[in-house]
Design a protein around this ligand. Structure first.
Ligand SMILES: [Zn+2]
Length: 275
């Protein structure tokens, strides 16, 4: 199925829609450190606004164009309903008002203009003709596309629990290819973590895919050792050393063994506190 709205630029989601340090963030941020990253129309439409004039060296509190910096609004008519999409902090704009665009057409270049601390595009969706920013809705459900059923395997390779704090996309790979969504309040096993290579943004593996760290809170499991025990290089592997009593962070679990970082211990010799 073709998505009605597509992700407007290649890059990583760095900031979700919702409350952010005490104020409302009315869109999602997509960052990419490459040069001249094109920003695309999320759906076919007509350019409603193309507002430039800001320098590409934004900062927090920069008020150029109300903080949006250089921005474009595209107006869409989808199944008889009007939508607006807004693309902010552009470095440059390559369309003009009244111009018709197809989905995926380049409308500008990602930048760092207005109230911005680094190169990204701030993307907003309105389910009507935009009057004020407070009408913007969370773009993520629209960017989700097809929603296959996400199944969580039961292999206990966990080392932590994540509690989802706001509706989160599940990515097939770090930041790419949305394969499902998790609702706020859900608690999931964490099977590992990976960083997005370009900027080090952390993602957690929840079994079927990856969730951006900002969409949940992590509680690590801990193993308490009450008497000196052996550690092993792998489950059922060679003895590595003796481990003194104490509490250790669990990094993984497998077949009756816990990984404490560089070494493994037998599960029946430790007391694991799960959060
Ligand atoms: Zn933003």
């Amino acid at each position: 199925m073709k998505q009605v709205f597509i992700k407007p630029a290649e890059g990583i989601y760095t900031s979700p829609y919702g409350m952010r340090s005490g104020s409302m963030h009315y869109g999602v941020d997509i960052a990419n450190r490459s040069s001249n990253v094109p920003v695309h129309a999320s759906a076919a439409g007509v350019i409603n606004k193309a507002v430039g004039g800001c320098s590409n060296n934004g900062s927090i509190g920069n008020t150029c164009n109300g903080g949006y910096g250089n921005y474009v609004i595209v107006r869409h008519s989808i199944n008889g309903k009007t939508y607006d999409t807004l693309y902010a902090h552009l470095q440059s704009i390559s369309v003009s008002v009244g111009q018709t665009v197809n989905q995926g057409d380049k409308i500008g270049v990602m930048g760092n203009s207005g109230s911005s601390t680094g190169q990204h595009v701030h993307f907003e969706i309105y389910e009507k003709a935009r009057v004020s920013q407070s009408e913007a809705v969370d773009p993520m459900p629209y960017l989700n596309g097809d929603k296959p059923t996400v199944s969580y395997h039961t292999y206990d390779g966990t080392w932590a629990t994540i509690t989802i704090t706001q509706k989160a996309n599940v990515f097939k790979n770090v930041g790419y290819e949305i394969i499902g969504q998790l609702e706020a309040g859900g608690k999931y096993k964490v099977y590992g973590q990976r960083e997005y290579a370009a900027d080090g943004t952390l993602f957690y593996n929840v079994g079927s895919g990856y969730v951006h760290h900002a969409y949940g809170t992590i509680a690590n499991h801990h193993a308490t050792v009450t008497s000196t025990i052996n550690t092993y290089s792998s489950p059922n592997g060679a003895i590595k050393r003796q481990l003194a009593p104490g509490t250790y962070k669990v990094h993984a679990a497998k077949d009756g063994w816990y990984n404490l970082g560089a070494e493994w211990v037998k599960a029946d010799q430790v007391l694991v506190t799960k959060n």
